[in-house]
Design a protein around this ligand. Structure first.
Ligand code: SAM
Length: 402
């Protein structure tokens, strides 16, 4: 409850807050955040005052109680009693309200995921504005599948080249190859052991879509620069799979660059690391054969892992993010040698952050074929919708004319 209240009231990132939590606690918090809109809808029917007017701890107790009763296998009386117990400790005056509201809310029917009379937003617990956008981008059935995928926990996936299978097996962790992205292994048992291996620097966790996106950058003879590289996932893919690559991985944040350098210790031959703002990178214009810009973004492709983003983000906020991305993309394009390629990627599905950004660059759009299901965009570029197989991304592969 405390974690949930912090995420809501103080804008904390749930995944970061839960980095040391046991998997069951982590999934409970992420699950409540994923289903918040549906939970709130059912709770609101039994409240006299609006839910947002309640104390944040009370709101969290109500959401957790209802989530446990309806989405986990906790018997309803147990879930209600536990929520009341916590409310008594954190907000004693509201314990009666929690009890009265929850006892009725747990009896409410859960929206049928297939009932088209119920708004898709309510069935999949996403804000209406985001649902409208994704339906426009992907069509109704693909959007519904992407929204449903956001509601499931993301499996723990590792980059095989730098994650020793022997060490994982010895620690009691079972893995299997990812169905669509070679070189990615999925933890099927012993997630706790895998988390310990990650903390000990013996493995690297990565989303399969991120691996597939990194591979879209063609191998080149000259310099490759990863301009917003930390914590280094895509650079790890390139460096581990392309032995002769001349790779420089840069990031504006010193802390994140140091973390990235630590992650590169998993490699036999680490790329160079630089702390640099991409808009003023210490590189000559025209000096790079390949540039990877995995730009900071709204993250709408990562809602499985970061469910709270959907409640924080407002459509108006996209223009602000896009303005920063345009500056980065222009700086990245200026580094390209004639014939050089820029892979511009974001883990966002939103056109403002992607097609609209690259439309302002005087670069040719090249075809890109990711390993995961994707949809081609009208102006070139591809969108990879979030799915059980990986996070969502939008990718444009661009070339400076020779
Ligand atoms: C989406 S993350 C990159 C993830 C990374 N490519 C990977 O695969 O692990 C975006 C990164 O951009 C960095 N960043 C943000 N603004 C930047 C700037 N102006 N110049 C360089 N890096 C920047 C952030 O510190 C963050 O590490």
């Amino acid at each position: 409850m405390i974690a949930l209240a912090r995420v809501e009231a103080r804008g904390a990132y749930a995944a970061r807050l839960l980095s040391r939590a046991v998997p069951a606690e982590r999934e409970l918090v992420l699950g409540v955040l994923r289903w918040q809109l549906t939970l709130d809808h059912l709770l609101a029917r039994h409240l006299r005052q609006p839910l947002p007017s309640l104390d944040e701890q009370v709101r969290a107790a109500l959401r957790v109680g209802l989530y446990e009763a309806r989405r986990m296998r906790t018997p309803a009386p147990v879930a209600v009693a536990e929520a009341v117990r916590v409310a008594k400790a954190l907000a004693p005056r509201a314990a009666g309200l929690v009890n009265a509201v929850l006892r009725r809310a747990v009896e409410e029917p859960w929206p049928d995921p297939a009932d088209r009379n119920v708004p898709l937003s309510l069935r999949t617990s996403h804000p209406e504005w985001l649902v409208r956008r994704w339906v426009e981008l992907l069509g109704e059935s693909e959007a519904a599948a992407a929204l449903a995928a956001d509601q499931e926990p993301a499996p723990l996936c590792l980059l095989e080249a730098v994650s020793s299978r022997e060490k994982l097996a010895a620690a009691g962790c079972d893995v299997e190859p990812h169905a669509l992205v070679p070189g990615v292994i999925v933890v099927t048992r012993g997630a706790e052991a895998a988390v310990l291996a990650l903390r000990a620097g013996k493995a690297y966790a990565i989303d399969p879509a991120a691996v597939s996106v990194a591979r879209l950058l063609p191998p080149v003879a000259g310099l490759t620069v990863d301009l917003a590289a930390a914590p280094g996932g895509k650079s790890l893919v390139l460096a581990s799979e392309r032995p002769g690559i001349r790779l420089l991985a840069a990031d504006r944040s010193l802390g994140r660059a140091l973390r990235m350098r630590g992650n590169f210790a998993l490699l036999e031959r680490a790329p160079g690391v630089a702390v640099a703002d991409a808009v003023a990178a210490p590189l000559r214009p025209g000096s790079c054969q390949a540039v990877l810009l995995d730009a900071p973004c709204s993250g709408t492709g990562t809602l499985r892992r970061h469910p709270e983003i959907r409640w924080r983000l407002q459509p108006e906020g996209l223009a602000v993010v896009a303005a920063g991305q345009r500056r980065l993309a222009e700086a990245a394009a200026a580094l390209l040698a004639p014939g050089g390629v820029l892979l511009y990627a974001t883990c966002s599905l939103e056109p403002e952050e992607n097609a609209a950004v690259v439309a302002g660059l005087d670069l040719e759009v090249l075809p890109a074929v990711p390993a995961l299901p994707f949809r081609e965009l009208p102006g070139g570029g591809v969108v990879i919708p979030p799915s059980a197989a990986g996070d969502g991304f939008t990718v444009h592969l661009l070339r400076r004319r020779a």
